[in-house]
Design a protein around this ligand. Structure first.
Ligand SMILES: Nc1ncnc2c1ncn2[C@@H]1O[C@H](COP(=O)(O)OP(=O)(O)OP(=O)(O)O)[C@@H](O)[C@H]1O
Ligand SMILES: [Mg+2]
Length: 478
């Protein structure tokens, strides 16, 4: 079972919200009351009301702070939060949802990823650089969106220039000839807009398009990525200044994409983007430190003998207390960044953290273990509920799957039972159970187009009872 859980957890880690994933019109945190924030979280996370409330207040307090006069503003520090709760009850899920609803720069990091300064690995300051990195790409995207109309117009003109090479040149005195050309250009514009020319091949300069400055929060160091981008940037500049006589053949459709990318890049004022991003990072930034319990406790049983857990805590401390971190985009003051930490604290306790760090996380919220009834709601209610996911997936095969309420109650009971009799992995159990339940249907669906399958309690019992009865078997399968 342990292996199974680990695998599931790894998948989740990989799936952590890349910034691009956010809905284009994310609700602005600035405008949301605590009640609205909780309501938004309620759409995805079942129960855990205390945690949602505490976090909503902490988030709102930052908006309130922004409205204070300068003199008081600097004195109001964020109240950092520790979420404590058993595995699989929604700690990380809450963080993931905050990331999506806020326009505040947000990153989620695993405490275990960091090593003490001087050792090989990521130093803790990189979390601030990553936060700023995500803010920069967020702001760039926003600025680019504002320029969308202008970009579209410029792209159209450039496409017309390519289609009618000479028309844009102005040095012509023959008025009649000019008029003819202009009307030709307008006619082609109409065709272009109607998409009639999409497959027409044209030659465009073979210049390098500067890569997007969208920063993915992946494993690699932000600085490495930044260096790579800077050097690419200078190649681009050289290419742009140099002769553009190299051409390549592309369709209008592709040319439009390339030009759009280029004009979007060009339309964003990097200085302005950096300035806004810096302000946002310092005033509204949120760093979610997951698995903080793994760095609590004495050094003895640390995962790697080289790395001291306490050392990592000591390194994190100044960042939480407020320090200046140098980044590619300037120096970031961390005093007002909000930190939310989370951990299961099975083995260690929050009191095993070094006292200074404990003091910096004054708010403690405990998340509750989930009941069978919670499981039922988790299967059914969230906007991304797992039953909806299966229904949509099977729908693509023309198969309608219908879960009866009783069947979902039965699945929840089984999940609860298996959690009590083997290892308690919280709501994650639902995923393994649903997978086993629908295993056969998922396999056969491609040949079942047009059918409706009702998942009844009998169906559930038939597929799962044998496995549930046999503890050894359920340890492996569910
Ligand atoms: N209260 C809940 N409401 C809805 N879904 C939940 C809830 N709790 C857990 N889940 C689901 O279970 C999965 C695991 O939850 P999550 O990642 O939040 O666990 P966790 O509390 O961070 O556990 P761990 O301490 O092991 O990291 C998530 O994918 C989430 O969809
Ligand atoms: Mg987690």
């Amino acid at each position: 079972m342990a292996d199974n859980t680990k695998e599931i957890k790894e998948q989740e880690t990989k799936a952590v919200v890349p910034a691009e994933d956010k809905p284009a019109k994310a609700l602005s945190l600035d405008d949301m009351s605590p009640r609205q924030i909780v309501a938004e979280l309620d759409k995805y996370v079942i129960g855990q009301d205390k945690a949602k409330r505490t976090i909503a207040v902490a988030l709102r307090n930052r908006t309130r702070r922004k409205r204070l006069p300068e003199s008081i503003k600097d004195e109001v520090y964020p109240k950092n939060i520790i979420m404590i709760g058993p595995t699989g009850v929604g700690k990380t899920e809450i963080a993931r949802r905050i990331a999506r609803l806020s326009n505040a720069p947000f990153i989620k990091v695993e405490a275990t990823k960091y090593t003490e300064v001087g050792y090989v690995g990521r130093d803790v300051e990189s979390m601030v650089r990553d936060l700023m990195g995500s803010a920069v790409s967020m702001v760039r995207r926003e600025l680019a969106a504002q320029n969308e109309k202008m970009v579209r117009e410029r792209v159209e003109e450039r496409l017309l220039d390519v289609l009618i090479p000479n028309v844009s040149s102005t040095a012509n005195t023959d008025a009649q000839f000019d008029n003819a050309r202009i009307s030709a250009r307008e006619q082609i514009r109409v065709q272009l807009r109607a998409g009639l020319l999409d497959n027409t091949e044209v030659e465009i300069p073979n210049q390098l398009i500067r890569p997007k400055v969208g920063i993915e929060l992946m494993g690699g160091s932000m600085d490495d990525i930044q260096n790579a981008m800077n050097s690419l940037g200078s190649i681009f500049q050289n290419a742009a200044q140099g002769p553009r006589n190299k051409k390549r053949k592309v369709t209008i459709k592709r040319a439009r994409e390339l030009f759009t990318e280029e004009e979007t890049e060009r339309s964003v004022d990097q200085e302005k983007a950096t300035e806004i991003a810096k302000e946002r990072t310092e005033q509204m930034g949120i760093i979610f430190i997951d698995e903080i319990d793994k760095i609590a406790g004495k050094n003895s049983s640390s995962s790697s003998p080289d790395v001291s857990r306490e050392g990592v805590q000591r390194d994190i401390l100044p960042i939480v207390e407020g320090t200046k971190v140098t980044t590619k985009w300037g120096v970031i003051d961390t005093s007002h960044i909000l930190f939310i930490a989370a951990g299961a604290f099975h083995v260690s306790k929050p009191s095993d953290l070094i006292p200074e760090l404990q003091g910096r996380f004054p708010l403690r919220v405990e998340l509750d273990a989930l009941s069978a009834d919670d499981f039922y709601r988790i299967l059914k209610e969230p906007e991304n509920a797992i039953t909806l996911q299966y229904r949509e997936l099977l729908r693509t095969e023309g198969v309608e799957v219908v879960f009866t309420d009783d069947a979902l109650h039965r699945v929840s009971e089984i999940a609860y039972e298996v959690n009590s009799s083997t290892e308690n992995i919280g709501a994650r159990r639902l995923y393994t159970i649903m997978e086993t339940l629908l295993d056969e249907l998922s396999f056969n669906a491609s040949e079942m187009s047009g059918q409706t399958v009702e998942i009844t309690p009998d169906y559930v019992n038939e597929r799962l009872s044998n496995v549930v009865k046999d503890q050894d078997l359920s340890r492996y399968i569910l």
